[in-house]
Write a protein that binds this ligand. Structure first.
Ligand code: ZN
Length: 135
């Protein structure tokens, strides 16, 4: 597996509309792509920052994956994503390195990417996302 760059930093928010002004008006970041991941109950705002992105994760309902996080920890950094090549080898490679993948194989992510998460208890407290492809 080849790791190319930090793809994005995921930030959990209760209501993205009240946070977008920071990124748009103050930081001047206007390349923003919105996508709804209905199966996960998450609305995503991908904000381009040069080579990387900030990903605001907003719950669409109370069953949302991100609702549980917000309840337990409040708003804040949720995960760090690395852009990689060879994600299909990542599950096996992670296990060999004592890391715990959250699924048995990569799953579809935003914009036609493939993604795999690693459990924070095996990575020093950080939820790590691997992303293959560009969105
Ligand atoms: Zn992400």
């Amino acid at each position: 597996m080849l790791t190319k760059k930090i793809d994005h930093i995921g930030i959990a928010v209760r209501d993205a509309s009240t946070k977008l002004s920071l990124y748009k008006n103050f930081l001047g970041l206007t390349d923003i792509h919105t996508e709804e991941l209905s199966s996960r109950g998450i609305r995503v705002y991908m904000i381009r920052v040069g080579e990387s992105k900030i990903e605001l994760l907003e719950p669409m309902n109370e069953q949302s994956e991100i609702s549980k996080f917000l309840e337990a920890k409040g708003e804040g950094i949720h995960h760090i994503a690395f852009n990689v090549q060879g994600i299909d080898q990542a599950v096996e490679l992670a296990k060999q390195n004592g890391l715990q993948p959250l699924s048995d194989s990569p799953k579809p992510g935003a914009g036609g990417t493939k993604v795999l998460f690693l459990h924070p208890k095996t990575t020093g407290g950080v939820l790590i996302e691997l992303v293959e492809g560009n969105h």
